[in-house]
Design a protein around this ligand. Structure first.
Ligand SMILES: Nc1ncnc2c1ncn2[C@@H]1O[C@H](COP(=O)(O)OP(=O)(O)OP(=O)(O)O)[C@@H](O)[C@H]1O
Length: 163
């Protein structure tokens, strides 16, 4: 029975012009399928995330203001942990930090574009830089207000007994 089946398969392979062995390997080592659209999209998203992190890293290297914000962020987080801020206060602090970082990164981007397209003096180039810098100033002032309101009372309560 087995011998008959083997003979039958061999005859089929011989008729179709390929050896049974090569047909077997062709089926098991199938050519790699092109990545599905979903997987390609996912790879694209991961790459974009990498570029964004790279952008923040580049800005940190070139902008002293951003390094100052990094220090201020670390100090605010450490102070918040020490004061054991409640959840909603952490949310306010996170929003304030995010707003300042966002404004500073956008300001850096505007400065780069202006320097690229208008290396010479131009009133509009100056206005673009000034407006972008104004956004940083506003976000920083708002962060200072949030900092005073959130950190002030618990810090005062902690320090008062020591005075
Ligand atoms: N191409 C330009 N044309 C007109 N005015 C400009 C131009 N470049 C800069 N300025 C003016 O000079 C100011 C300072 O510009 P600069 O490029 O030194 O940025 P900055 O605010 O000092 O930021 P950073 O310290 O991060 O470089 C701008 O806010 C703008 O008023």
């Amino acid at each position: 029975m087995v011998r008959a089946a083997t003979r039958c398969i061999s005859a089929f392979c011989a008729r179709s012009g390929t050896s049974c062995v090569s047909r077997y390997f062709a089926s098991t080592t199938a050519v790699a399928k092109p990545p599905s659209r979903h997987r390609a999209r996912w790879r694209h998203e991961v790459a974009s995330f990498g570029y964004a992190l790279q952008g923040i890293g580049e800005a940190l290297k070139s902008e002293p203001h951003l390094r100052f914000h990094a220090l201020a962020t670390a100090a605010a987080v450490a102070l918040g942990a020490w004061l054991q801020l409640p959840r909603y206060d952490w949310a306010l602090v996170a929003l304030a930090i995010g707003a300042v970082w966002t404004a500073e990164l956008m300001n850096t981007a505007v400065e780069s574009i202006v320097d690229l397209v208008s290396p010479d003096f131009h009133a509009l180039a100056g206005r673009a830089k000034d407006v972008a810098a104004g956004a940083v100033l506003l976000a920083s002032l708002a962060a200072v207000v949030v900092g005073l309101l959130v950190f002030g009372p618990p810090l005062w309560a902690k320090l008062l007994p020591l005075l």
